[in-house]
Design a binder for this molecule. Structure first.
Ligand code: ADP
Ligand code: MG
Length: 256
């Protein structure tokens, strides 16, 4: 079976620095893959090439076997690559359910174009999505009054409204307390397993990575230095040396 995502020799430099250097990996349907590595390792650069925001110097990105390298972000999104944690400028001016409805409307427009009735408001579908993220009782509240953790849940509902095959989550739990991180990732895991969505995510807390990732890949100075299960990565001497150096254990918090 063709992997959901194939990254082949992806490379990008900034000035003289190879931010991402010949990186290759696969991600399967429904798989939760963690991309970890110290600060400046090239994780975000990798994400931005996959979602089309940044041009690659070399290499290819394939979605279900189709080359998507150098397509526009909008076109990559339309093919089913979603991102979380990109709330619109209008987010705070709408109610919770309006935000989800807007996402459903824009998905319908892009998917079905002209023949879709413009009058569809997707209220029931929006309620169903809010129920999935445990926010149905907040439907009619202004989004501006939501707690931070609840905003994250709505962002997840908005991402799901676009029915992605692949979800890219760069530091989804940034700024959250440990318990909130675990809750958000547990919710993400439930939803993507149910909907068979592949996820590539970065996360600083090793506890969260070990608890939720099916597999992990490790970047250091732009190069992919290890991949495999949590156990395999934990035991890898290269990872210990380059990434987890200075006498700390893998299980501890890793900066960057
Ligand atoms: P990470 O997300 O793993 O912390 P980044 O992908 O953000 O790492 O950065 C990788 C390297 O590329 C760093 O050395 C960073 O300074 C550099 N870099 C990232 N984006 C830019 C940019 N737009 N212009 C110049 N250098 C950049
Ligand atoms: Mg980053």
């Amino acid at each position: 079976m063709t992997p959901l995502l194939q990254v082949r020799g992806l490379t990008r430099s900034f000035g003289g620095v190879r931010a991402v250097d010949d990186v290759s990996f696969d991600l399967g349907h429904g798989e939760l893959l963690a991309l970890i590595g110290p600060n400046g390792a090239g994780k975000s650069t990798c994400f931005n090439m996959i979602n089309g925001q940044l041009r690659a110097d070399a290499g290819d990105v394939l979605l279900e076997g189709e080359i998507i390298t150098s397509k526009k972000p909008r076109d990559i999104w339309r093919l089913g690559v979603g991102r979380t944690f990109q709330i619109a400028a209008t987010f705070h001016s709408m109610t919770v359910i309006e935000n989800v409805q807007m996402a459903l409307i824009s998905h319908a427009k892009r998917t079905f174009r002209a023949w879709r009735p413009a009058t569809a408001h997707f209220r029931d579908e929006a309620h169903a999505l809010l129920a999935q993220v445990g926010m149905e009782t907040h439907a009619d509240r202004p989004s501006s009054v939501l707690a931070y953790g609840d905003v994250k849940r709505i962002e997840l509902a908005i991402a799901l409204a676009n029915k992605p095959k692949l979800l890219l989550m760069d530091e989804p739990t940034a700024g959250m307390a440990p318990r909130e991180r675990n809750e958000l990732m547990a919710l993400t895991k439930r939803l993507v397993t149910t909907n068979k969505i592949g996820v590539l995510f970065t996360e600083h807390s090793m506890d969260v990575v070990f608890a939720f990732a099916d597999r992990m890949i490790v970047l250091a100075r732009g190069k992919l230095i290890a991949e495999g299960s949590g156990e395999a990565v934990r035991a890898d001497p290269k990872v210990r040396e380059v990434y987890f150096g200075s006498g700390r254990t893998v299980a501890q918090h890793v900066p960057g």
